[in-house]
Structures are given as C-alpha cells and as structure tokens.
Design a protein around this ligand. Structure first.
Ligand code: GDP
Length: 475
C-alpha cells in the first residue's frame, strides 16, 4: 500500500526532515512531506533504516564495552609432570608475598594475584585440567591464557601434548615457557624444534608462537614471562563490568570439618557481596563470609578476584558456573529444578547407553556437511601411535574426516574423558594400554566412548566401522 512521507516517518520514529534527507540520498523525488511513496520505496526505506539502526546499536555496544574497566587476565599453568609447574607457581606466589607486608597468612583459595607495574595477573593453581575444561560444557571458559611449561632438558612429552590439545580445544591462547634453563644440559633449541614439529613456529624463527625461556628455580626471565602474559592479555582486550549481574566459576570445593563446605569462586563479571544468594549447578548457597588469598575477610569480590566462599549448602563441582540470584526462594527453586533435570538426564543417558554403539552415535551426526570423527589415541609406545596414525590416514574418505585430537603414550586419563566429552563426536581408542577403573567409570558417567584394543587391526576395524556408519544411509 502507498504511504505518505509523514506517516512513514512516524512509523519509523523519525523526523519528517530526516526521512526526506534519506529520500534525497536515495534519489527519490517528492514534493512535500505529504507526498506518497509507493510500496517498493517504502520497503527500501524501512530496510535502510533498520540497517542503520543495527549498525548504531553495534557501535553503541562496542562503545559501552570499551568504556568498561579492564580486568586482569586469568592464567593457568599446564605441562608435563616434573617440568616445573609447581615450582613456577611457588616462585610467583612468593615473589608476590615478598612485596607485601609480612605476617599475613596466605590462604590456599585455588588462585592468587601477582601485581606487576603493568597490572595484575590472576594465576589459577588448582591441579589438573578440571576447572579449565569442564566449564567449556557450559560455553564459558575460566582461563584467558594458558602457560605451557616445557622442561628444557626433556622437551615435549605426552602431557605437554595433552595440555596443548586442551588449550586448543578451549580456544585459549598459549604461551610456551621453556623451563630449567639454569641446567647445564638445557637445550632450548631442541624444545623449539619440538614445538615446530607440533605446528608452533616460535617468534625467533619467524613464526607467531610466543616462547619464553625461564628458570622457575632462579627466577631468571620470569619477569619477561609476566610481560608476555600482559601483552597477550592486552590483545585479548579483557574487560568486565563490576556493576553487572555477578557471575563466576567454581575453582575448587571441599568439605572442612569445622567450616563446612568451602568453595573457591573466581569472579568473572559483576561484584559478589556478603549476603548474596547464589546458585552453582544444582547447589545453592548464601554468602556468609568471603576470604581473599591473603587470608583477609572481604565484603566484596569484584571481577578478576578469587575468594573462598562460606555458605554453600553442598559441594558444587569444580568448573561449574556460578550465578547470582535475588533471594532464597529463587535459589532453592532453581537448584531443585536442576536436580530434577539432572536425574531425568541421567536416566535418559543410562537408557541411551544401553542401545548406543559406536555406529549409532556417529549416525547422529548432521547430514549434509562433511562428517568428522574426533579421536583421542592412546598407545603403549610412540611406535604404535605412528603406526596407527599412518593406517588411519588412509581410512579417510571424501565424506568423512578423521581428526586426531590427541595422541599420547600411556593409559587414557580423566583429562582425555573431559576433552572427549566437550568435543562433538569424539571417542577414545587405546591400544596395548588399559584405562584405570576410575577412568572407565568417568567415561560411563559422561557417556564417552572408550575402547581398548590388543590388536591394531581391531582398532582400525572399529574406525572403519565408524566411517562406514557415516556414509551408509540410516536403516
Ligand atoms: P611439576 O610436576 O610440573 O609441578 O614440577 P615441579 O615444580 O614439582 O618440579 C619438578 C622438579 O624440577 C623439582 O625437583 C624442581 O625443583 C625442579 N625444577 C623445577 N623448575 C626448575 C628450574 O627452573 N631449574 C631447575 N634446575 N630445577 C627445576
């Protein structure tokens, strides 16, 4: 239908003059604001106005974000056993305490802050990948940056690869710290070569992988590492709104005989205050007290701080997102609702597991696009791994891609289960090594496919079956 200019202006919430200017730029002719526009022109005007509004809103949102205060980066340190993670964390923790007044009893809250002249850095010192990975299931992440520690006398080892796979899967930027450079047998160049084999070309070799040789023992070059962390943080442009609705993540939770449930919470957005109600998964609580890493009681915890919280009713799982809720009624309601949901889900999973075979699982994948099979390979020796990979490469077809998420020597670990459970269509296949019972149980809980083989060709057959299930039409 035709419409007069003043009518359309009103409809779009514009001044007549504004609309007429727009019509001028569009080359539309008119006599006055009472002129009529044909249907096509009116539609075109609407489209342009909507587009402009979208752009404006986007710009406003960007401006609003840029106006938010910066927050410190949250860093996790990972790497192979004995490569120096604990030593580095200790060094960082002590260097920081030395700068403060002595006498304060430091509290282990699962994270601590290092202050540098260029800004603060939060280090997570909870063991393992748990807090780092679980959260991905809920679409958020704990760590902004991963420091991968590699001992200069040992090079890249299975758990180094595991750490790299986790950081990659979570989309977290990595910094490689080549540690133990104080040792006479340290060979930094060899580690650099190792990194290149993994596809990371160090800056020194013209690539963009950030590599810092350090000694966690003597502290040599650790300042340089901190600088690099802040540099990466700067590029990531990390900001948080202290006034927003508070949100965080559980780093650790344990039961203390005296204090009851003790939970470490990393605040990611907003400010938690004593007296607030919160929900973590299907557990709720009211903040009775908060203790900072210096052992001080605090009333408020702004973004980028880790605090120990007293007042949870039960043990929430590490990695669970924490939400603020207005009152006890809401807290209880949400927690109960989730408990029921979880029960229902567990039942459903149990049912599904009964009928689910590898082929069934893979058949669930979407049609149309190239299907992907994501594998975590575990074997007794590097030689077996190479052999398996060599054969698998030939099993790829035009329709089905085989990705190896992680290949490592040794039995499957809980870390593998987490990686598989947070990646679509993933399975863990092991050759010549058996997963411990606890890992098997975890796989069952998470509904992750975990299979062990004694003969390489049985493993290959399994993969072949998976590939075939992809290409064959459903029954
Ligand atoms: P983690 O298993 O990765 O936490 O490794 P640790 O921090 O426990 O370190 C394992 C061993 O390596 C310990 O004996 C440390 O003293 C030693 N270590 C760690 N960093 C260095 C370093 O920079 N230089 C030397 N010489 N030894 C180190």
């Amino acid at each position: 239908a035709k419409v007069r200019i003043y009518q359309l202006a009103k409809e779009l919430g514009m001044e007549n003059k504004e609309l007429m200017e727009l019509l001028d730029t569009m080359g539309v002719e008119y006599k006055s604001h009472a002129s009529t526009l044909d249907e096509e022109t009116a539609a075109a005007v609407k489209e342009i106005v909507a587009e402009q509004k979208g752009l404006e809103e986007k710009k406003k949102a960007e401006e609003a974000r840029a106006a938010l205060p910066k927050r410190p980066p949250v860093v996790t340190i990972m790497g192979h056993v004995d490569h120096g993670k604990t030593t580095l964390l200790d060094y960082l923790r002590h260097s920081r305490i030395a700068e403060r007044e002595a006498g304060g009893i430091t509290q282990h809250v699962g994270a601590f802050t290092v202050e540098t002249p260029q800004g603060k850095i939060v280090f997570i010192d909870t063991p393992g990948h748990e807090a780092f990975t679980t959260i991905r299931e809920r679409g958020a992440r704990v760590a902004d940056i991963a420091v991968i520690v590699i001992a200069a006398d040992d090079g890249i080892m299975p758990q180094t690869k595991e750490a790299i796979a986790h950081a990659k899967a979570a989309g977290v930027p990595m910094i490689f710290a080549i540690n133990k450079i104080d040792l006479p047998r340290a060979d930094v160049d060899k580690v650099m070569q190792d990194l290149m084999k993994e596809g990371f070309v160090p800056e020194a070799y013209g690539g963009d992988a950030i590599v810092v040789p350090i000694s966690a023992k003597t502290g040599e070059n650790v300042d340089e590492l901190l600088d690099m962390i802040l540099l990466v943080a700067e590029m990531e442009d990390l900001r948080a709104d202290p006034e927003a609705e508070p949100r965080g993540v559980i780093l650790e939770s344990k039961r203390d005989k005296q204090a009851g449930v003790l939970v470490t919470l990393l605040v990611q957005e907003g400010t938690f205050r004593v007296g607030d109600y919160l929900v973590a998964g299907d557990v709720w609580g009211k903040i009775r007290a908060m203790i900072d890493p210096d052992g001080k009681q605090v009333k408020e915890a702004p973004p980028g701080t880790a605090v120990q919280v007293l007042g949870f009713r039960d043990l929430p799982e590490a990695g669970t997102a924490v939400e603020w809720v207005p009152d006890e009624v809401a807290a209880k309601h949400i927690a109960e609702e989730r408990q029921e949901e979880r029960k229902a889900r567990e039942q459903e999973e149990a049912e599904r597991r009964k009928v689910k075979s590898m082929a069934d699982l893979l058949r669930q994948m979407q049609e149309g696009q190239k299907a992907e099979i994501n594998l975590i390979l575990r074997a007794d020796t590097q030689g077996s791994l190479e052999a398996i990979k060599g054969i698998l490469a030939k099993e790829e077809t035009e329709d089905v891609k085989i990705n190896v998420l992680l290949e490592a020597v040794g039995a499957p670990t809980e870390g593998d289960i987490l990686l598989a459970s947070t990646t679509e269509n993933a399975a863990i296949l092991s050759f010549g090594v058996n997963p411990p019972g606890s890992v098997k149980k975890k796989a069952e809980q998470k509904g992750v496919l975990l299979k062990s083989f004694r003969i390489i060709y049985d493993l290959i057959d399994e993969v072949r079956e998976m590939v075939r299930a992809q290409t064959e039409p459903e029954m």
